[in-house]
Write a protein that binds this ligand. Sequence first.
Ligand SMILES: Nc1ccn([C@@H]2O[C@H](COP(=O)(O)O)[C@@H](O)[C@H]2O)c(=O)n1
Ligand SMILES: C[C@@]1(CO)OP(=O)(O)OP(=O)(O)OC[C@H]1O
Length: 161
Amino acid sequence: MTSIRIGNGYDIHQLGPDRPLILGGVQIDHELGLIGHSDADVLTHAIMDALLGALSLGDIGHYFPPTDPQWKGADSLKLLAQVNQLIQEKGWQVGNIDSVIVAEQPKMKPHISEMRDRLSTTLKVQPDQVGIKATTNERLGPTGREEGIVAYTVALLVPLT
Ligand SMILES: Nc1ccn([C@@H]2O[C@H](COP(=O)(O)O)[C@@H](O)[C@H]2O)c(=O)n1
Ligand SMILES: C[C@@]1(CO)OP(=O)(O)OP(=O)(O)OC[C@H]1O
């Protein structure tokens, strides 16, 4: 019987005007926001894919199709709560997750503590089980040109106790 499972997740969303910038469930003041069918919370999407991937359960598009009007403007933290429920029903829980946000602007550092609080509450774990880091892309490529924001996540699952 396997006693740990690992998964990884990646997502990218385009930046544009007249959209909120929501990352890890936290709305951040910025002149541009992320474009998507849902609230386009790229960090929470990467986390969901990492959790699903750890149990070979497919990806978020399978559970929340971007073609389904039900998910228009969806609060991604609510989707994460559903994914967390699914992994718990399968007998697993989050051991820890670690994410990187790639964004030229704005500075994430002032918001990371609140993101960790919101995500850990949703995942029913402690904030120290949710790592979030940020980096610029040194002005290189689409993220460096501020055309979008990327997030990567690695997740470790342990048996539910
Ligand atoms: N959107 C961002 C990007 C970076 N940070 C913080 O700045 C540090 C330096 O970033 P470099 O890309 O120049 O290496 C990084 O370690 C983060 O602490 C940030 O808060 N928000
Ligand atoms: C959660 C969903 C729901 O439409 O969000 P989107 O904003 O479409 O974002 P994307 O990461 O392109 O695909 C995931 C979707 O399942």
